[in-house]
Design a protein around this ligand. Sequence first.
Ligand SMILES: *Cc1c(COP(=O)(O)O)cnc(C)c1O
Length: 398
Amino acid sequence: MPGFELFGDKEREQVQDVLDSGVLMRYGFEGLRKGHYKALELEEALARRMKVAHAQLVSSGTAALTVALASAGVGAGDEVLMPTFTFVATFESILALGAVPVLVDVDDTLTLNPVAVEKAITPKTRAVMPVHMCGSMADLRALKSICDTHNLLLIEDACQAIGGTYEGKPLGSYGDLGCFSFDYVKTITCGEGGAVVTNNSSYKINADHYSDHGHDHFGNDRGAEAHPFLGYNYRISELNAAVGLAQIERLDTFLSIQKKNYTILRQALETINEVSFRRVPDGGEESYAFLNFFLPSEISAKKVHEALGKGGIDACFYWYDNNWHYYRKWNHLKELKSLAKLPQEVSNQLQDFKKVDFSRSDHWIGRTISCLIKLSWSDDELTKRADHMVRIIKANLS
Ligand SMILES: *Cc1c(COP(=O)(O)O)cnc(C)c1O
């Protein structure tokens, strides 16, 4: 997945433009910037590539989720349905707005189970936030139909699946809003950065203003601009955007390398009867950022994962026991351990984690191993890795 593996002259050239002008900020300083608008150019490139009308760059993927929710009017007490398997950024962004995260089971897609989503809807539900974890997507058609029926927003977190598609549409462009991260370990990177994409021009205007203190960006005197509503600072710097501008041009190359490497590993693992693979919804094509597979039981998955690590197969994850990506270890959320008082709505409406049953999620995540697909493997390394993985898995099945 990581774009940093293939980092070089193109990135340096883009950053050098910014350093030469000395203008590190995306707004203002027209006279000095020598025509360089890296953030603006990256927004245009991203919107083109994702086939959407608008893109808004921000400082991180977490900021993108926050800005997406805020731009669509999600706020205090609104419930947002999110998966039990995701990165902590999902509930962080929801809580940042005083909204309430509601955890919902995942299925064999490793993303939101549409049946569980429908059951979790209350009169306070405002949005459904599928997270396309580890390179593949949620069943977006089913989720969209639920959202349409109940008048809910569909906000896609495509941070780990940039370049994947569903029914021919780039992931992130299917819902009302989509979010990307360009942090250092994502498929393409800005160092730090993120983006919101949408076809809705009001959301775009809201995102544009909200991510820059409410600035309306009219005229060319920043100090004289108006602030139609409250905002915050989620701006990206020109330096970060410049890196991303070089990287987005390489996205399709990165994706084709991922697909090639993924396919070699997958074909090797397909020879093992006891291994099955994460379901990709009909109409979807993965980004191939990870190879995700199921072992027959939790015990065999733990055993295989440990053996892979000991055998030198790096970057394979067993999320079930992981601190950051699965609900089981989110004690800070479950006990609402925050530095200061949280909004009353959050404490009042939070699920009772002592009672709620996520055994349907455990059933899948407990058996899942995900291996990161790297871009820098040589063909020789890859063949050896595939053979080695097959031997280790077979030896640890009992
Ligand atoms: C990385 C990631 C984020 C957050 O992105 P940052 O840029 O690191 O803030 C959000 N959601 C998912 C699924 C991610 O993988």
